[in-house]
Design a binder for this molecule. Structure first.
Ligand code: FNR
Length: 186
């Protein structure tokens, strides 16, 4: 399964990027995860949405070609960062690469709540009709107090978090396979 990971923080030492890298490196047998660089994505502009700059074209092509999207979001002022909202706006237009594309969400913060409010907003946006990305139901990954659970190299050292993320990845793979089987039998 090819998975595109979209990370809402573009800073060098981002915990959320490290979380995406952890998933990429730990679950190689279940999924091929590619983390996209969102730094060069310009602001959404309706005037150029049908002939956007190269980084947007590449973003659209990669998401369209992927089987699923992993969203890894920090929480900025109780919501998702503009980096992610901007990407969603580009992807909701043109060939609408997120339409019907299975998604799952994770997020990490140093606070206790682990991006719970940002993820609630992200779910609302992904369910909006213009986006329409089906989300893995019943599984929510909030990595709170991440600075105590992850070392400098991005290794998760908190056993409960390790086990939990493994269970969510397994649930996602099963859910994805069920959907693919149902689509094939139609
Ligand atoms: C934050 N942070 C934050 N944390 C939180 O739990 N709730 C919030 O509403 C906010 N708001 C917020 C706004 C802005 C502009 C910044 C820069 C930060 C703290 C944030 O969770 C922390 O910086 C994370 O480490 C950001 O994720 P990365 O960059 O480590 O992936």
């Amino acid at each position: 399964m090819k998975v595109i990971a979209l990370v809402g923080s573009i800073r060098k030492d981002s915990y959320n990027r490290k979380l995406a890298e952890y998933v990429k490196n730990t679950f190689k047998e279940q999924m091929d995860v590619e983390i996209l660089n969102l730094r060069d994505i310009p602001f959404y502009d309706q005037d150029i949405e049908n002939d956007p700059p190269a980084p947007v074209q590449e973003l659209r092509q990669k998401v369209a070609a992927a089987d699923a999207v992993l969203w890894v979001t920090p929480e900025y002022n109780y919501s998702i960062p503009g980096v992610l909202k901007n990407v969603i706006d580009w992807l909701s237009r043109g060939d609408r690469a997120l339409n019907g594309k299975p998604s799952f969400i994770m997020g990490a913060s140093m606070g206790l709540l682990g991006t719970v409010r940002a993820q609630q907003h992200l779910r609302d946006i992904l369910f909006s009709p213009g986006v329409n990305s089906p989300l893995l139901p019943g599984n929510e990954v909030y990595v709170g107090v991440v600075h105590e659970k992850m070392d400098d190299n991005g290794n998760l050292k908190d056993e409960a978090t390790v086990i939990f993320i493994e269970s969510v990845i397994n649930n996602f793979v099963k859910w994805f396979d069920r959907q693919a089987t149902a689509a094939a039998s139609k």
